[in-house]
Design a protein around this ligand. Structure first.
Ligand code: DQA
Length: 143
């Protein structure tokens, strides 16, 4: 069975109560449920994880390479400045695996510092602005 790690960066555990006018009212558990249902429909084995730690997120990308797993990654604020995360993301795509960068909001329609992603250039693709639907579209792209 195809494997995917669905990885979420800092503050995404606060979904539902965090700026609902931007990120919606679905909480993190709701996101996990929606992603799990979609993955099961496609016959994909998905693990959904969240961390506020850059180091842990990098370790999970290394794990994706070692376990031959595709990745759906919402790097959250790390998107905009973490060269260490970018280098780890590049390991995934250079290994021939897919890494889809996703965002709940559309960062390009927000503050200027969010317009730059240091991850996108090493991602297989980017999906932003569709709420939890961004994750579901990313999963669909993997079938
Ligand atoms: C985000 C957008 C980022 O700019 C922000 O820092 C986040 C969430 C999104 O999913 O829309 O934490 O990645």
């Amino acid at each position: 069975m195809a494997k995917v790690l669905v990885l979420n960066g800092p503050n995404l555990g606060r979904l539902g109560s965090r700026e609902p006018e931007i990120y919606g009212t679905l909480d993190y558990e709701g996101l996990v449920a929606a992603v799990s249902v979609q993955a099961a429909t496609q016959g994909i084995e998905a693990q959904v994880r969240q961390t506020d730690s850059e180091s842990e997120l990098i370790g999970w990308l290394h794990e994706a390479v070692d376990s031959n797993s595709n990745v759906v990654l919402n790097p959250a604020a790390f998107t905009h400045y973490s060269y260490a995360l970018r280098d780890a993301a590049a390991l995934v795509t250079k290994a021939g695996l897919k890494l889809i960068e996703v965002h709940i909001s559309n960062p390009h329609a927000r503050e200027e510092f969010r317009h730059k992603s240091v991850i996108s250039a090493v991602a297989s693709g980017v999906i932003a602005g569709f709420g939890v639907g961004s994750y579901l579209l990313a999963l669909k792209s993997l079938s």
